[in-house]
Design a protein around this ligand. Sequence first.
Ligand code: NAD
Ligand code: ZN
Length: 364
Amino acid sequence: MSSTAGQVIKCRAAVAWEAGEPLVIEEVEVAPPRAMEVRVRILYTSLCHTDVYFWEAKGQKPVFPRIFGHEAGGIVESVGEGVTDLAPGDHVLPVFTGECKECAHCKSAESNMCDLLRINTDRGVMLSDGQSRFSINGKPIYHFLGTSTFSEYTVIHVGCLAKINPLAPLDKVCVVSCGLSTGFGATVNVAKPPKGATVAIFGLGAVGLAAAEGARVSGASRIIGVDLNPNRFEQGEIVSVIAEMTNGGVDRSIECTGNINAMISAFECVHDGWGVAVLVGVPHKDAVFKTHPVNFLNERTLKGTFFGNYKPRTDIPGVVEKYMNKELELEKFITHSVPFSEINKAFEYMLKGESLRCIIHMDG
Ligand code: NAD
Ligand code: ZN
């Protein structure tokens, strides 16, 4: 056991006090983990667009003050009562959606929508007691996605932690904790393009490019990337352009933008008779998907997925092994890095569309 086990830890965290305002590095108190919880020392975290949406809180419920962050790598500091799968020193990737291993979803081979630990973007507290483990002068600071990795230490439910190979470099495999797995899995686990298929990817951020990588390893004959400034192009034009390019539509499409019009286009551009579209982007809270029902009658399929349909504890250690065995490249998704003290730069890079993933070094 570490000397800090069972005690409150004081450390640095990047606190979002208000929507859209730069994060402020503060000293926070992190309470010890309770039953089925784990306290993790975060070494590296990166920024995913989902953090940015909920920080901007334009189309999402505002919950502040909050500690964002869900794509990260760290080391277990201490464990709460009842935790037998993890011990101090284990290397872990936090995941925004969990796996209790007991519910109907966890027992189903098809689902990763755990009843207990599925993604909940509005909850800012721990499940067990409805309280936050973070505070400043006794005032609670809310959690995000059960992970809150923009903190040197964080408390996470054991079901939201994948135990990985300790030899895997955390500054690289941290991107497996959300973006890479989400995009890659959306293609290989959900869209499942047959060999030779044509695949369209909407949104070429890290998630979309990981989806394209999934198409490449599946043996796609053609991968069409769509990324546009919605002010400059009519989304509708894209559907006819893709139809022309592919003789009636693509075999598979994967939407990785969060834009409702792109979602509709991603569906309408798949070939009738067999085409499958998969939605991945996080939509505005009031978004409504509208298309003519005949598009379904003509035998097109629409699906959606969180985290690429991977079960975090069961499947993610294997995705990390793929990287270790050089079957999966991660370096190409990592375009920037900043010290923790400059975390706001990572937001700027993403908002300007300059970065894919920016790795934030917690020791800096
Ligand atoms: P990103 O900002 O790096 O990339 C998004 C890309 O989409 C950008 O290049 C942008 O120019 C493009 N884009 C925006 N609107 C578009 C439009 N109308 N048409 C075409 N392209 C458009 O973001 P990211 O981190 O790669 O995340 C992509 C999406 O996936 C986000 O919505 C994010 O919230 C979501 N996400 C979902 C899951 C999940 O489990 N379902 C997990 C992680 C991220
Ligand atoms: Zn994410």
